[in-house]
Design a protein around this ligand. Sequence first.
Ligand code: ADP
Ligand code: MG
Length: 392
Amino acid sequence: MNIHEYQAKELLRSYGVPVPNGNVAYSDSQAQAVAEQIGGDKWVVKAQIHAGGRGKAGGVKVADSVEDVRRITDEMIGTTLVTHQTGPQGRVVRRVLVEEASDIRKEFYFGFVIDRASQRITIVASSEGGVEIEEVARQSPDKIVKETIDPAIGLLDFQCRKVAAAIGLREKSCMSQAVRIMKRIYRCFRDNDALQAEINPLGLVGKDHHLMCLDAKFNFDTNALYRRPDINELRDLDEEDPKEVEASGHGLNYIALDGNIGCIVNGAGLAMATMDAISLHGGRPANFLDVGGGASPEKVTNACRIVMEDPNVKALLVNIFAGINRCDWIATGLIQAYQTLNIELPMVVRLAGTNVEEGRKILTESGLPFVQADHLDDAAAKAVTTVNRENA
Ligand code: ADP
Ligand code: MG
C-alpha cells in the first residue's frame, strides 16, 4: 500500500529525519494559509498523487509569493496529471503539499527495499539523484551502490559510512548526518513493515550543506496492515481502483486488466493458469476476481456484479477448482446472480472438485443459458469463441 508524499514526510519527521517544513492543502486558500504559516519567500507546491515523475509533468512548481502559491494550487487541484508512472489516463490531483523551497546544492538517491534474492532489507543509493533510478541502473549501473542488512544485527554505522562515501558524501559533517539519517529511516522502515522507502532526491542544501529529504515514497506490506493501524489510516481510497476497493470490502481480490473476458476464479495460481489458457486461445482477460476459499452464494453474486461493472466485459468465465469451496454453493451463487443482476452476458462455467456433480446438476436444471465446460482448456476455448461471436 502506498501513501502520499506529505504523509511519508510526516512519518519521517516523527523519526527525527530532516524534511522541509510544509503541510498538505486541499484548496487554494488553505495552501495560502500553509505558505503564510511556514513563512519565508519561496515555496514549492507539489501535486499529491501516488505516482512519481511529477516534476517533469508539471506537478512540482516553485512559487515566489503567497499569491503565487494560491494560483498554482488553484491550477493544480482538479486537474489530471499524466506522468510516466500514471499510465495514459493520469491521476486526478485532489491535494497538494506546500513546503519551503530548499536551496539545493546536490541531489542524491537513497532508498531501502526488500531484496528478494537475499530476502533482506537492502540499501540502494546513488550519487545521481532527482532522476529515475531505473534509468541510472540502465545507463550507468556502476553509479548504484547496494548494501545488505543482516536482520539479526540491524544496520551498522560502518555500513552507512560505506554507502555515504560511495555516493560522494565524504566530508565529515555530511557523513555523520548521513549515518544518522540512514539509521532513522531504517528504523522507520522496519517498525512499520515497509516494503520500499525511496528518498529521491536526498538533497544537500544550503550554505552549511545539510541533508534533507526532498521527496519521499513509502510502500507498505498490505498483509501487515492489521497490526499497523496508524499506517492503515493513511490509505487513500481515491488512489485505488474503486472495484478493487469494493472487492476487498467483500473479502474478494480483484485485479483490473484490459481485455474483454471477465474471470471469476479461486486462487491466484488458477487465475494465472486461466489467463494463460485464454491467451493461448487468442483471447484477453478483462479482469480477475479471486473468490478465495469457502465462497458463499452471496460472495459469488457480489463477484459477478463487480466483474460486470467493467464495461469492456463481453463474457464471463467462471473457473472454480473447489477444495474448501463447494461447487453447489458456487452454482447457487451464479443462479442468484443471474436472477438479481439481469445478466445478459454469456457465461462459461467450469466446475471441478468438491460437490461437482451437484453443482453441475444445479446449473443444468436451472434452465439458464450457462455454457458448461469440462476442463480449463475447454472453458477458455468456449469463452474466446463466445466473445468473438459477440464481436462479429
Ligand atoms: P517527482 O519525483 O515526482 O518528480 P520530486 O518531489 O522529486 O517529484 O520533485 C522533483 C524535483 O523538484 C526534485 O528533484 C527537486 O529538484 C525539486 N524539489 C522538490 N521538492 C523541493 C523543495 N522542497 N525545494 C526545492 N526543490 C524541490
Ligand atoms: Mg522524486
